[in-house]
Design a protein around this ligand. Structure first.
Ligand SMILES: *[C@@H]1O[C@H](CO)[C@@H](O)[C@H](O)[C@H]1NC(C)=O
Ligand SMILES: *[C@@H]1O[C@H](CO)[C@@H](O)[C@H](O)[C@H]1NC(C)=O
Ligand SMILES: *[C@@H]1O[C@H](CO)[C@@H](O)[C@H](O)[C@H]1NC(C)=O
Length: 391
């Protein structure tokens, strides 16, 4: 549908200068001009946005639109809702904003725990000597923690109850992020549990996170029953089945991404309203699907797709391996710290093992900075390990 150029210009003139001085004043009544202009706008609209693209659907009747849809690939017919358009501009602008240049960039260590932290002494050892480069936040969801290290005193934030798998878990993560974002020096935000231990010294962790532009958010596509099988049609139109992702909740993210998590209500509300673990046909888990799906949709190249917190699922039980004192040997820790391939296993009968090298700024590096789940009884071994291990 090509509009001849001359005709276009003529009509354009008519629109812009209805009464040009060097021509006689046209005798045509104004409604003709309005009508011709309208037709012109419609034609230009149809020309600029060929049928099938979203905007064309505002110009054509819905039946015309659905007949276009039949023969167009599905990706061409995505019509954004008002909320999506709003969400997309917010996301785009936050992602392209220059980051706040802090003279004293810090990492926020955010502990999500039911109560007291069994490894406070270990963390204290990890932090000592680096006071200007970290801040600590503790969200204790069940009971007020008894702190043994001065570094952890008065670092509890206002907390609420957390139920595993439910939206309250995401709410606690957002509460931690909001508190940590108050400090403009915080540039990177790590979520840790009470059973997490550091695998390297502070400098190594600091440089690993600060010298790259990505967030370490675990994210993969699991076509099985515990992945895509948990997708709900209620997520439409904003979240399509092909965008559904899964991953462990223990993230570490840069400041822009932390802001995005707080700015998002569109996708968050989908999970809050429709993911109800335990209810039939509502059985999805916000803590495993919300952040991976969100970041897969809004900034896929900005995330590393693995978590820097190691966990051992190799026993294939409902819970990952929980390390006891006798498990924690130099050999075990050397094994964990030398892993440089991230592994994801899909669920169901057609189990697939997805392996990807851990690429840090394009080069292969060990994947993990922290590990879980460690029992309190491993504290002594870990203290020894951390003093002997220098990187
Ligand atoms: C991160 O991105 C900024 C802006 O694009 C760039 O100047 C900087 O060099 C990047 N840093 C790394 C470590 O890639
Ligand atoms: C993470 O995976 C997405 C695809 O889901 C890909 O586009 C992106 O490049 C990956 N990130 C990195 C850092 O490789
Ligand atoms: C460490 O890795 C080696 C080689 O994969 C394996 O044989 C050994 O059992 C591992 N040791 C521990 C303690 O996990």
């Amino acid at each position: 549908m090509k509009i001849p150029k001359e005709w276009w210009l003529e009509i354009g003139d008519l629109q812009i200068m209805p009464m040009p001085r060097h021509r006689p004043v046209p005798r045509r009544p104004p409604w003709i001009i309005i009508l011709v202009s309208l037709v012109c706008v419609l034609l230009i609209g149809a020309y600029i946005y060929p049928p099938g693209q979203l905007e064309a659907c505002y110009f054509f009747s819905s039946s015309t639109c659905s007949s276009f849809r039949k023969w167009l690939p599905p990706s061409f017919v995505k019509v954004f809702t008002d909320d999506e358009i709003a969400a997309r501009v917010v996301v785009r602008d936050i992602l392209t904003m220059p980051s706040i240049q802090s003279k004293n960039p810090k990492i926020a260590f955010m502990f999500l725990t039911p109560g007291s932290l069994p490894f406070e002494k270990l963390w204290e050892k990890f932090f000592l000597g680096h006071e200007e480069r970290f801040s600590i936040y503790v969200h204790a969801s069940m009971e007020k923690p008894k702190h043994v290290s001065p570094l952890f005193m008065d670092r509890d934030i206002h907390s609420k109850q957390v139920v595993w798998g439910k939206i309250s878990m995401v709410d606690a993560e957002k509460r931690l992020l909001a508190n940590a974002l108050q400090d403009a020096d915080n540039q990177h935000f790590i979520l840790l549990s009470e059973s997490c231990v550091p695998l390297h010294n502070f400098d190594y962790v600091y440089n690993y996170l600060m010298d790259t532009n990505v967030s370490f958010i675990d994210c993969f596509e699991d076509p099985g029953p515990h992945g895509t099988g948990r997708y709900l049609d209620n997520m439409l139109p904003e979240i399509e089945k092909k965008d559904w992702r899964k991953g462990a909740q223990w993230f570490s993210m840069k400041r822009q991404h932390a802001l995005l998590v707080l700015a998002d209500s569109l996708y968050y509300l989908k999970f809050k309203n429709f993911c109800k673990p335990g209810m039939e046909r509502r059985n999805c888990y916000s803590d495993e699907h919300y952040l991976p799906t969100l970041f897969h949709m809004i900034d896929p190249s900005g995330i590393a797709n693995w978590s820097v917190t190691y966990v051992d699922w190799s026993e294939r039980k409902w819970h990952p391996k929980s390390y006891r004192a006798h498990d924690v040997t130099f050999e075990l820790l050397r094994n964990i710290t030398s892993i440089d391939v991230s592994v994801h296993v899909t669920s169901g009968d057609k189990e697939m093992v997805l392996q990807r090298p851990c690429l840090w700024n394009g080069e292969k590096r060990p994947c993990y900075l922290f590990a879980r789940k460690f029992n309190l009884e491993t504290l002594e071994n870990m203290m020894q390990y951390l003093s002997n291990y220098t990187i």
